[in-house]
Design a protein around this ligand. Structure first.
Ligand code: SF4
Length: 85
């Protein structure tokens, strides 16, 4: 049964915030561990093409993790939150 009312809104916002914090934490920890290692230009292009054709891409950021794709895709430690790359 679908939940309605203020608690439903709060729960949905909490779930979205949890995804953003989880992705940001993973990226930060990975970035520190990897020393900021970047992907090859070929891998970067592949990632950008996937994002550009993704329904979650809003032209600059990913609607799921809220990352700026140009910055996210270049780092080796980054990954797509729905495993597209
Ligand atoms: S990171 Fe993944 S979900 Fe986000 S825009 Fe790119 S392909 Fe889509």
């Amino acid at each position: 049964m679908a939940e309605h009312g203020p608690m439903s809104v709060i729960r949905k916002k909490y779930q979205k915030a949890k995804v953003i914090v989880t992705e940001a934490t993973k990226s930060f920890v990975g970035l520190v561990k990897s020393g900021g290692k970047k992907v090859s230009p070929e891998t970067l292009n592949k990632r950008l093409l996937i994002c550009q054709s993704c329904e979650q891409f809003n032209g600059h950021t990913c609607k799921i993790c809220k990352c700026r794709i140009n910055w996210k895709a270049i780092l080796e430690v980054s990954s797509c939150p729905i495993k597209k790359w």
